[in-house]
Design a protein around this ligand. Structure first.
Ligand code: C5P
Length: 238
């Protein structure tokens, strides 16, 4: 399969078409962004770390029978994925209070959330990804009621699977963001995007240290150390 035209440059990835109309080429960049792209920095090797972590986590989802877009790894930072029409929703699951949940509701942070919280945000850079509820998503034709049910159910399954994987390597999965798409060849709702520390909060059980993008957001040093640690521990598991 040949890489063809650049379709889209996101904050940390580029999407290309390929010689097969049902397959896209995903290229992981080295950029780290915060505040919806207003702060941006390059970290050589970050793209490879995220591509590898994503590959291993999708492998774990395969074992749990969760359908995702990853088809094949073609280089340390390039993947072939199913062509989907992305649903413009960011689906956030929270197991422990952190980030915007803490600021929005005046919490202390660190509270265990039972049951886990599910949220959706409308994916829009110019609007800064506003919080959205189900009735807004349905009425504005962003997703059908049935699609929302599937998407929440899949997010729960991903949460169960990833929580167990990270527990095994001594890490707490605090929260994470997923994106879903309608697969071009049959319309099926599948998991898309990446599964990396850019989109999750991950805290080491013993040290309590963040191993995710919070290190960059809070100017606490080089985020690659935590990303490498996650990849090393995952590689030992698989
Ligand atoms: O910022 P907030 O607390 O809402 O983030 C919850 C989770 O969703 C975090 O793991 C964060 O990395 C992820 N997220 C994301 N992309 C966004 C917003 C949040 O990956 N645009």
């Amino acid at each position: 399969i040949q890489q063809e035209d650049l379709l889209y440059t996101g904050k940390a990835k580029q999407l290309f078409s390929t010689s097969n109309p049902d397959i896209y080429w995903l290229h992981y960049l080295d950029s780290a962004t915060a505040l919806n792209g207003k702060v941006k920095e390059e970290y050589a090797g970050k793209g490879e770390l995220n591509a590898q972590i994503t590959r291993l986590l999708f492998q774990a989802l395969d074992q749990a029978g969760i359908t995702h877009h990853l088809l094949k790894t073609v280089s340390p930072r390039d993947q072939l994925v199913e062509r989907v029409e992305i649903i413009p929703l960011e689906v956030v699951t929270r197991n422990v209070a952190a980030g915007h949940l803490v600021s929005r509701f005046g919490l202390k942070g660190g509270e265990v959330l039972t049951p886990p919280i599910r949220e959706i945000y409308y994916k829009s850079d110019p609007l800064d990804d506003p919080f959205m509820n189900d009735s807004q998503a349905i009425s504005l034709k962003i997703a059908s009621q049935e699609e929302l049910e599937t998407l929440y159910q899949m997010a729960d399954q991903v949460n169960d699977c990833l929580k167990a994987v990270f527990d095994e390597i001594g890490i707490t999965l605090v929260d994470f963001k997923l994106e879903f798409g309608r697969r071009s060849r049959d319309g099926k709702l599948i998991l898309a995007d990446e599964l990396s520390p850019d989109n999750m909060r991950l805290v080491d059980h013993t040290s309590g240290q963040s191993l995710d993008k919070d290190v960059f957001r809070q100017h606490k040093g080089d985020l690659r150390a935590g990303y490498r640690e996650i990849l090393n521990r995952l590689e030992k598991l698989f």
